[in-house]
Design a binder for this molecule. Structure first.
Ligand code: SAM
Length: 580
């Protein structure tokens, strides 16, 4: 899987090979009007050139594993829709020859002429014949002619995946009944379009970005796979298998096209590409809703059942049940707008020019509260606990500061430019609770006793009035339990560096103890509050969690919950170590 940008530059005199609307010989499907890419066998495709266009080709252990799985007879008809240098087609040729085919013919599509030329050569060297069409895959109308579709689709983020190509890809997906949002990366439509080239009962084996499992825009693809295939298997890796690429990958092995829906998925877990064998650890998993995130497939049914039971029994509820979670303020330039007490005195600003602020970042939000006293000591340490937000007429000092900002070009920052006057940051009311969005260990809820405003490095949680008193008092404490920690790993997203990020929409679905459970266990929770705060102060999160688990007296299989959380959290950590 890679972030390949299709390249069509340096195209010499065209050698036409098909007319729009023609059936393509050797390739099931027809070529459309616009995207017959000219063939260029002469341009060399060096490693440097591939790197320059962001192409990372699939390692042989993976192509072999997928080819062995997908190709089961010497008569199988094989298509590679983004053939690149034929990493898959070479593996497929070898597999077909092992199965008895003498000189197997395989089909491929590749938009980049030089790669297509290399692919033909490499397949010939491997003893096969590659009928590679140099074309945009989305421009080929699918016909169900293949037993096996294999490959590693291009991964072009929506920001770069624009214009006609994106429109065409979305149309192709729509053809399969899949509506993709404008945020979808190219692989999503590629996956859906590729499936339509399968005969009934056919198999599709693809390398896909791991975001297939979790991102919201991939929900339609997840549902499509479950609906259309009789069986869906995934291989997930503990380590990064494309060290050069930014994203993690999963292998998709979908069998029995047209014979869905598949009631469950089989998840295999491998350490890395070298450890791919046919005897990987397996886990069966039946999603309640196939379009939901698939990460629960990673952790085993015991832990998922526990979560479900606690939710259904009313012991846990979503954070949305408690209140609304929203994004914090965007200043446009924190260096200008967020000020330390020392800087405030230096500038001579008055209290009418300032608001109380939870300083940028969230390192200071690792306890249970943000109190006025804590804010004062953060300020004494030089942290920016004031927001420059003058009210009424500007004081002389505020006027000078605004002019200095103007002279320094602060007003030109996008967020400043689009508001009038540029120096008045749009306010977001102080929240009841602050929720950290980027987390090395787990997202933290913190009671905002200081009534501080917050920036977009944290989210604000605004509790419903009926839960406000209880929630401010005990929800941050009660949320430090094993179940909530596990669910954070499931609703959040693993980011570079092993960070767990949680967005407001994800926080809405996050399972925390319900108001009823907290009210019932309030005395026990209060009794452990000091101990928990002290443990957090020493960085002993998991000991604090044990104390809260005891206080909540959860009648649950906490061991599987903790093991599942450990498994997901260490996956994040292993990846970040490997990425360094
Ligand atoms: C991730 S690379 C994979 C190459 C090869 N399948 C492998 O695994 O080594 C994706 C390939 O898709 C090609 N590609 C990008 N957009 C395409 C499109 N719309 N139609 C056909 N090929 C495309 C790129 O040029 C690149 O060679």
């Amino acid at each position: 899987m890679c972030c390949c940008r299709p390249t069509t530059e340096h195209v010499p005199v065209p050698r036409r090979f098909a007319r729009p609307g023609d059936a393509v010989p050797g390739l099931v499907g027809t070529v459309g009007h616009n995207d017959l890419v000219k063939n260029d066998d002469r341009a060399p495709d060096t490693a440097a050139a591939r790197k320059a266009r962001g192409a990372f080709f699939t390692p042989p252990q993976i192509t072999r594993y997928l080819a062995d799985w997908a190709i089961r007879s010497s008569a199988d008809a094989v298509l590679e829709p983004s053939a690149g240098d034929a990493a898959f087609l070479v593996a497929a040729t070898e597999r077909l020859r092992e199965l008895g085919a003498e000189a197997p013919a395989l089909d491929g599509v590749e938009i980049h002429p030089a790669s297509a030329a290399t692919a033909r050569r490499r397949v010939a060297q491997a003893g096969g014949k590659a009928r590679i069409r140099t074309a945009d895959f989305f421009d080929i109308t699918p016909e169900p002619g293949y037993t096996a579709v294999l490959g590693n689709p291009p991964y072009i983020r929506y920001q770069e995946f624009r214009g006609k190509q994106r429109a065409q890809s979305r149309r192709a997906a729509l053809h399969a009944g899949v509506t993709l949002s404008a945020l979808a990366s190219s692989w999503a439509a590629f996956t859906v379009h590729a499936a339509l080239f399968l005969r009934p009962g056919g198999r599709m084996a693809l390398v896909l970005p791991a975001e297939l499992l979790s991102v919201n825009y991939a929900a339609a693809v997840r549902k499509f796979l479950f609906d259309r295939f009789a069986s869906v298997e995934l291989v997930m890796f503990d380590e990064q298998v494309f060290p050069g690429a930014e994203a993690d990958v999963v292998l998709l092995l979908a069998d029995g096209f047209g014979a869905g829906p598949s009631g469950h998925a089989v998840i295999h877990r491998a350490r890395n590409a070298e450890s791919l064998t046919s005897e990987l650890v397996q886990r069966h998993w039946s999603p309640v809703d196939p379009s939901d995130k698939w990460v629960s497939g990673l952790i085993g049914s015991r832990a998922v059942d526990e979560l479900q039971t606690l939710h259904d029994g009313g012991r846990f509820s979503t954070l949305e049940h408690w209140g609304d979670t929203t994004l914090g303020m965007v200043t446009g330039n924190n260096g200008f707008f967020a000020l330390s007490p020392a800087r405030v005195s230096e500038l001579g600003l008055r209290s009418a020019d300032l608001l109380t602020l939870s300083p940028p970042g969230s390192g200071h939000l690792r306890g249970l509260t943000l109190s006025p006293g804590q804010l004062a000591s953060l300020g004494a340490d030089g942290k920016s606990v004031h927001l420059f937000r003058p009210t009424g007429r500007l004081s002389a000092a505020a006027q000078r500061y605004v002019e200095a900002g103007h002279a320094a070009g602060v007003h030109l920052a996008y967020k400043c430019r689009v508001r009038t006057p540029w120096y008045l940051v749009p306010l977001v009311a102080p929240a009841d609770l602050l929720l950290t969005c980027m987390n090395a260990d787990t997202p933290r809820l913190v009671t905002n006793r200081a009534g501080a405003h917050h920036l977009n490095s944290v989210h604000g949680v605004y509790l419903r009035s009926e839960f406000a008193t209880l929630g401010r008092d005990l929800l941050p404490l009660a949320a430090l339990n094993s179940v909530t920690l596990l669910h954070a790993e499931m609703v959040g997203r693993a980011y570079g560096g092993g960070v767990l990020k949680i967005e407001p929409r994800e926080a809405d679905r996050w399972l925390v103890p319900s108001p009823e459970l907290i009210a019932e266990r309030a005395d026990e929770l209060r009794a452990v509050r000091r101990t928990v705060a002290a443990l957090l102060g020493k960085g002993r999160l998991l000991d604090a969690v044990d104390a809260v688990d005891d206080a909540l007296a959860l009648n649950a299989d906490l061991e599987s919950v903790q093991a599942a959380r450990h498994s997901l959290a260490s996956r994040r950590a292993v990846r970040s170590r490997r990425a360094r």
